[in-house]
Design a binder for this molecule. Structure first.
Ligand code: BGC
Length: 841
């Protein structure tokens, strides 16, 4: 038996890093909370409080599936309130619900176990099963009397996760009759009633329309390990809420374009037509004059701010606006988010009313305090893609700059005039539509719509006449003409030398992971979901571990090491392991009483949907840095995050893992976290899922059918910004895009990623996406997927088959292999274990 190389430790006590990261998680959680409504109810004073709702004790810290983090402990709302001095007066109600929950969970486990026994092959299918929770109980007059207080908090929660979209049904997108009744009773019976929404995405709030007495609404999303403490501090006013919505909340779900066609709803799970085109989220609501319930970028504070735009300048194509923000309240300190939107002129191309071009968050401003900063953006980044000649262009006319604190509360502060059409870049077409469908077009707009102020009734258009007007010089831009070719094999001398020594089948070993279950690794990171091979360890190539995110580093917190050196999990990494029939469970789960126990505690941060609400790139950098520290501590090389798919519809089961409906906000968040994680060479992010993985039902087969313009302007932008920030890993997605499996898409993996964006890292497949009947392994290599994950024998054979029948050439494999070897050579694991005594030449 070889010595077990692992960085997991024999001590389970919290170290300094863990304490520091808990603090980061707490600060992040505070900034992610959005105050949607407040009729002078909040902040509360710590005192007697009634607490109800499924999320009170069972607060959901993050969604399920690969995006779930196995932290030491998460603080529920109940616990957080108690920690901060509240006296909870509804314990009988809460504990009765807890009893019901546990019973429901046991029943669910029994049922799943039965299914697994009956159909052992359904393991994969059930892999992502987790108990969805149970319907909340009613709140009776007796509960209210017994609670002995005039203050009440109701926590409405929803769980969702990988593999399944949410349902447009009561109990999921909608409240159940029981929940509605319970909320109504609370709202009527208590003087101060606060509704807390604990869901990774939206809940249809139409039920509130005919309900009196909901004094305050907090959207906490899913806040990770410190959620309860952060929510309590916001309720108490210790922290003023400063989160802003990263999505538009419609008045009713049906207001969302083509809402009845999303995913399973129209009965067609094979094809999803992105008929709304570029009109996603606020781009739709603003362009079609539909009032949302809460607009994109919206969120209240306990104090008020005055935002004033100062000087507007342009240097080359860089536009900047000086901004002053003042806390004009007299009691509370707070932070404000300033957002800069641009309305592009009407022209040949149909345009959205406005799009976010820059934003910034102030520091904590005391009453009367002011902060000044500059918001800037590059005009070259806000062009529109014209399909007829595959170019990004700026059409001539006035680009109106709007500044404010939500997409529906802005003032124009400048006009940038473009005299003639500017061609920003010339491209080749990509991912051509294979099925023709009609895309939504916004109603024709007149130039005056933008200038006349409130002319369209949307109260967003203040006159643009008295603001600074800048004529953009034509020479501010340089047209980029992209050239397209298959990239050269990595030129790094170490890599070239190493590759030379490999046979074709050696190279195939390197470009295919070792499989998810039972693969041998030399360096072992318990709970990693993938590993590269360790077969070439003695030749000087380490194996590296890949671990999930994005809400933190998802690994095993406790593992058992058997006498034979086998590492097994102790706490079920996915809930299905808890439900497995005895014998199976015994083979995968270790016994902490018999075997040696090793530990790896990591931090559950707020989910990405919550983090985006902070609108705070420095904070995201810090979260990325915290993740990096954990990667370093446990030896993870590729973190399988951030995830940057777009919130196209609130029903997508993985919205909690994604940031926003807006590609710019998404990209900025991903870029900041990328910088944090990759601050030291050899630790990599893996930006996923490339691209258009915006639904979970039938995710392995559905074709996302989307126009090239919407693809480029909406769905690829987030990836592009992360790549610009230096991202070294990309994960292709499960779905097909316009009929082609994304790992097989040369257009995506090579033309866009490498030729246009200059990406020089590793592209990998999503887990099993090239399994039998799905993507093609050989073509995936040809397209530019360097690593097939999680791998195993089937995948290697398929690549070799492709070589034999001429679908690919040896150089395709060599190119991919070189990219993987380069990333491993640069990794810290390589340096730690091999580089010192490893001589190549
Ligand atoms: C998910 C990925 C994840 C991978 C490994 C897949 O099911 O789609 O996001 O990184 O599993 O766990």
């Amino acid at each position: 038996m070889t010595e077990l190389l692992t960085k997991a430790s024999g001590s389970g006590s919290a170290n300094e890093r863990e304490k520091r990261n808990l603090d980061t998680a707490y600060r992040a959680a505070c900034e992610c909370i959005v105050l949607l409504k407040n009729d002078e109810i909040l902040p509360l004073e710590a005192g007697k409080t009634a607490l109800y709702g499924a999320g009170a004790l069972r607060t959901i810290k993050g969604g399920t599936g690969s995006g779930e983090v196995n932290e030491r402990h998460s603080v529920s709302i109940y616990e957080g309130l108690k920690n901060r001095g509240f006296e909870i007066t509804t314990k009988p109600w809460l504990f009765a619900y807890e009893k019901k929950y546990r019973k429901g969970e046991e029943e669910f486990k029994r049922e799943t176990r039965k299914k697994l026994l009956k159909h052992p092959g359904s393991m994969m299918e059930n892999l992502l099963a987790s108990y969805p929770g149970t319907a909340a109980d009613p709140v009776t007059d007796r509960d209210i009397k017994r609670s002995d207080t005039d203050t009440c908090i109701y926590v409405l929660s929803r769980q969702a996760g990988e593999g399944r979209d949410r349902r447009a049904l009561p109990g999921d997108l909608f409240v159940t009759e029981e929940e509605k009744e319970a909320i109504r009773v609370c709202a009527e019976s208590y003087k101060k009633f606060v509704l807390i929404i604990n869901c990774g995405s939206q809940i249809d709030l139409s039920f509130m329309d005919d309900m009196e007495g909901i004094g305050a609404v907090l959207f906490i999303c899913q806040l990770g390990t410190q959620g309860g403490n952060a929510a309590a501090d916001v309720l108490l006013g210790k922290v003023s809420p400063s989160g802003k919505l990263a999505d538009t909340w419609a008045k009713a779900y049906s207001d969302i374009p083509f809402s009845d066609e999303f995913s399973y709803l129209n009965g067609n799970l094979n094809d999803e037509f992105y008929k709304e085109g570029i009109y996603v989220g606020y781009r739709y609501f603003d362009s079609f004059s539909i009032d949302p319930r809460y607009p994109f970028g919206y969120g209240l504070s306990y104090t008020d701010f005055e935002i004033n735009a100062g000087e507007v300048r342009a240097e080359g194509s860089l536009v900047s606006v000086r901004v002053q923000v003042k806390n004009i309240g007299d009691t509370y300190a707070g932070k404000e988010v300033v957002q800069l939107y641009v309305s592009a002129p009407a022209g040949e191309l149909d345009k959205e009313y406005q799009s976010l071009a820059a934003f910034a968050k102030t520091g904590k401003l005391l009453p009367g305090e002011m902060e000044e900063f500059t918001l800037s953006f590059d005009m070259a980044d806000i062009g529109n893609f014209r399909e007829r000649d595959a170019s990004y262009i700026l059409e001539p006319g006035d680009y109106i700059l709007r500044i404010g604190n939500s997409s529906r509360n802005t003032r124009s502060c400048g006009v940038i005039s473009v005299g003639t059409e500017i061609i920003l870049s010339r491209h080749h077409h990509i991912c051509q539509e294979w099925q023709v469908f009609e895309e939504l077009k916004a109603p024709a707009r007149q130039a005056e719509d933008f200038a006349e102020g409130e002319a369209d009734g949307r109260q967003m258009n203040e006159t643009a006449e008295e603001v600074t007007r800048i004529q953009m010089p034509e020479d501010a831009f340089r047209t980029i003409t992209y050239t397209y070719q298959t990239p050269e094999i990595c030129k790094d001398a170490r890599v070239r030398e190493f590759i030379k020594k490999l046979s074709v089948s050696d190279m195939v070993e390197i470009v295919v992971g070792i499989g998810m279950f039972g693969g041998e690794t030399r360096f072992t990171l318990p709970g990693s979901v993938g590993n590269t091979t360790s077969k070439f360890w003695d030749m000087g190539l380490a194996n590296v571990a890949l671990c999930d995110g994005p809400a933190g580093l998802r690994i095993q917190k406790r593992s058992a090491v058997t006498k034979e050196g086998k590492v097994k999990m102790i706490d079920a990494a996915l809930s299905v392991f808890n439900m497995m029939p005895g014998l199976v469970k015994k083979t995968v789960m270790g016994d902490p009483h018999k075997d040696k126990v090793i530990y790896q505690y990591t931090t559950a941060f707020p989910v990405s949907g919550a983090l985006a609400q902070s609108f705070n790139t420095e904070l995201l950098y810090e979260v990325g840095k915290a993740v990096y520290e954990e990667m370093k501590e446990y030896g993870c090389t590729f973190w399988l995050a951030p995830a940057v798919n777009i919130h196209r519809n609130p029903l997508c089961g993985r919205n909690f893992e994604y940031y926003s409906e807006d590609p710019f906000l998404t990209g900025e968040m991903a870029a900041a976290i990328t910088r944090g994680v990759q601050q030291e060479e050899g630790y990599y992010v893996t930006v996923k899922h490339f691209a258009c993985n915006n639904q979970e039902d039938n995710r392995n087969r559905v074709s996302s059918n989307v126009s090239e313009r919407a693809l480029r302007e909406i769905y690829l932008k987030g990836f592009q910004r992360a790549v610009r920030a230096g991202a070294k890993g990309i994960m292709t997605s499960y779905n097909r895009l316009n009929g082609v499996y994304t790992p097989n898409s040369y257009d995506l993996c090579t033309m866009v990623l490498r030729n246009e964006w200059g990406f020089d890292g590793v592209v990998m497949t999503d887990w099993f996406s090239t399994n039998k009947g799905l993507g093609d392994n050989a073509l995936a290599m040809k397209a530019g997927n360097d690593l097939i994950m999680p791998g195993g024998n089937y995948f290697k054979k398929e690549i070799l088959k492709g070589l034999k029948d001429g679908r690919i050439q040896v150089n395709d494999i060599r190119r991919c292999c070189a990219n993987v070897v380069k990333a491993i050579f640069d990794s810290q694991i390589q340096k730690e274990y091999l580089d010192s005594d490893f001589e190549l030449f």
